[in-house]
Design a protein around this ligand. Structure first.
Ligand code: ZN
Ligand code: ZN
Length: 356
């Protein structure tokens, strides 16, 4: 089913632009429904025009509901410049984060001398923060796939298995269950390597009396999920249990703080305050969470000084952690949706420390 073109929530008059060039890949997908790798949208005086290359002639005709221009040779940007000249566009907004310097200078050189390029910020990303019901359904399905893959694979975790084998197995299961790919490189870290928040899986074998941290996400129908869980091989010693309890307290406190209408920093503060109660606030070295959707990391960020007001319909992660060098790290992460009075936790995987 073709997605109707989504109108960009952009005030052209206030920005003093008569056209907007959207070139960020996920922004193009969001507005026009195009899932390929080479496409841009030029919205000029209310009319969207989609540009792509001949590899995507058939695909774009099935996915994109606006007028399509297939550019037979040369770059899409050259075709955009020609179109801007034909239509005598005067002030063309472009996404400063999604146009390369090369593309920018090409456009500048090939536009009529009367035309100006106007950099704009993350306008479409801001629009993407609050999800539609249909987008939330996709995120829900992605979360379920991710948790099912986790449940299947954790049953096989035992001493002797390698981090990289677990990662490969998780990604295989995700795909079997309906994901098109992992939303990011699956993190599997064991032993003291769990103190590295973004460890890459290695050939290291899991050993008895070790922590294992798994951070994984599926991408399904274009939408991401994100979850972190921690296991312990053998009965967990008191220090691990205490640290786990502290991080879980922080995660629950942060989830409790989430609601429509509050600044994102307040959620982050709730997590930090809980960790401070366990003298672990200095071991928490990243932000409490992030938005997710077509991308694994999207606005809003739930960090120390983030003033973004949370709104019902935002999909975010809540993922405090504590990391101690030469000992280990613990992070607990769920995907949740902001609601008027709080939030809905989408991740169904239990949160107790898993011992195997
Ligand atoms: Zn994660
Ligand atoms: Zn995350």
């Amino acid at each position: 089913v073709k997605q109707p073109f989504r109108e960009p929530a952009v005030d052209f008059a206030a920005l003093k632009i008569d056209a907007l060039l959207v070139s960020g890949r996920e922004n193009v997908r969001y507005l026009a429904g195009f899932t390929g790798s080479n496409g841009v949208v030029l919205i000029a005086r209310g009319e969207p025009l989609f540009f792509t290359d001949p590899r995507y002639t058939i695909q774009s005709s099935r996915e994109v509901s606006t007028k399509i221009r297939v550019v037979p040779r040369g770059s899409l940007i050259a075709a955009v410049a020609a179109e801007a000249g034909r239509r005598r566009l005067k002030r063309i907004g472009f996404e400063r984060a999604h146009l390369s310097y090369e593309q920018f200078t090409f456009l500048e050189e090939h536009l009529p001398s009367s035309a100006r390029l106007v950099p704009v910020g993350t306008l479409i990303e801001q629009q993407r923060m609050v999800k539609s019901a249909e987008e939330l359904d996709r995120i829900r399905r992605s979360v379920i796939t991710n948790s099912k893959a986790f449940a299947t694979v954790t049953r096989k975790i035992r001493p002797g298995i390698r981090e990289a084998e677990i990662a490969a197995e998780l990604e295989y299961q995700m795909r079997r269950l309906g994901a098109e790919k992992p939303a990011f490189e699956t993190i599997v870290a064991s032993g003291t390597r769990t103190a590295l928040p973004h460890a890459h899986p290695t050939a290291k074998k899991l050993q008895i009396d070790e922590l294992v941290l798994i951070d994984m996400g599926a991408s399904q129908d274009g939408y991401a999920s994100d979850m972190t869980r921690v296991l312990h091989l053998g009965p967990a010693p008191a220090r691990v249990r205490r640290m786990y309890r502290a991080v879980l307290d922080a995660q629950l406190a942060a989830i409790d703080a989430v609601r429509d209408g509050i600044p994102a920093e307040r959620v982050d503060r709730a997590a930090r305050r809980a960790l401070a109660g366990h003298k672990l606030d200095r071991a928490f070295t990243h932000s409490t969470g992030h938005g997710l959707g077509l991308e694994i990391h999207e606005p809003p960020r739930l960090g120390k000084k983030d003033k973004t007001i949370l709104k019902a319909g935002m999909a975010i992660t809540i993922e405090p952690g504590a990391y101690i060098e030469d000992f280990g790290g613990i992070r607990i992460e769920d995907t949740v949706v902001v609601t008027p009075g709080g939030c809905e936790i989408l991740t169904p995987t239990p949160k107790e420390l898993i011992t195997v």
